[in-house]
Design a protein around this ligand. Structure first.
Ligand code: ADP
Ligand code: ADP
Ligand code: ADP
Length: 213
């Protein structure tokens, strides 16, 4: 299957991704994770992306389209993939459809993580991440056994620089203005399934499974 996850920051995309990935053996492509890795490694791409990311703005369409174009051509992604955080603009969606048309494929399903903005600040400011694996914890909703330590590896957890209430406001503005139109774009193609993303994680997983059955 070829899937897209769309939802505001903190809506639970990263939490549901590994479950979907394991169940359907798909490759997981998260543009945010890829960009953060490029920033950390100070690659030319990372240097270009950093300023926009720190401010809660989107990075340029050309940059992310290039990353995805390269990734979906990989042999490991031929059976299907989960796009997490891409496309975030209608231009990105159109470019993606062009790339897939060239391969003779298309998007099977768009999972729309619907959630009220009011819930997201608590989710984002409590988020702790194990960088190497992408495992995500939450101080209140999904605490690690030892605070600040990954359950599996014992490594320290970290918080994202942009996971503050202030930057979240800007990221949400970008979401409503630039990414919500992407949902309309795919709704016209009849491939969108809406999830009640404010429910507990297990209930959201059940909705995902129903949408993909
Ligand atoms: P996204 O990838 O959409 O930005 P995450 O999956 O990282 O969101 O979730 C944001 C934070 O909220 C994390 O700390 C995560 O543990 C927590 N979280 C995810 N899903 C739920 C849920 N259904 N209920 C409560 N907390 C959740
Ligand atoms: P979230 O947890 O908010 O959904 P991500 O980890 O997906 O955040 O993205 C973090 C940042 O990376 C975004 O605020 C944006 O600056 C940049 N980014 C990620 N994906 C894209 C994209 N498809 N287009 C433009 N910018 C992106
Ligand atoms: P305190 O009660 O003094 O705040 P804690 O032992 O609760 O100390 O937490 C120590 C640090 O680890 C704090 O920065 C806290 O936000 C963070 N933390 C707490 N719980 C978790 C968790 N489940 N996952 C990741 N980090 C956490």
């Amino acid at each position: 299957k070829r899937l897209i996850l769309i939802g505001p920051p903190g809506s639970g995309k990263g939490t549901q991704s590994p479950i979907i990935k394991d169940e359907y053996c798909l490759c997981h492509l998260a543009t945010g994770d890829m960009l953060r890795a490029a920033v950390a490694a100070k690659t030319p791409l990372g240097i270009k992306a950093k300023e926009a990311m720190d401010k809660g703005d989107l990075v340029s369409d050309d940059l992310v389209v290039g990353i995805i174009d390269e990734a979906i051509k990989k042999p490991s992604c031929q059976k299907g993939f989960i796009l997490d955080g891409f496309p975030r603009t209608v231009v990105q969606a159109e470019k993606l459809d062009e790339m897939l048309a060239k391969q003779g494929t298309k998007i099977d399903k768009v999972l729309n993580f619907a959630i009220d903005d009011a819930i997201l600040e608590e989710r984002i400011t409590g988020r702790w991440i194990h960088q190497a694996s992408g495992r995500t914890y939450h101080t209140k909703f999904a605490p690690s056994k030892v605070p600040g330590i990954d359950d599996v590896t014992g490594d320290p957890l970290m918080q994202r620089k942009d996971d503050t209430a202030e930057v979240l406001k800007l990221r949400l503005e970008a979401f409503h203005r630039q990414t919500e139109p992407v949902v309309d774009y795919y709704t016209k193609k009849g491939v969108v399934a809406e999830l009640q993303a404010e429910k507990p994680p297990k209930e959201v997983t059940a909705e995902v499974q129903k949408a993909l059955a």
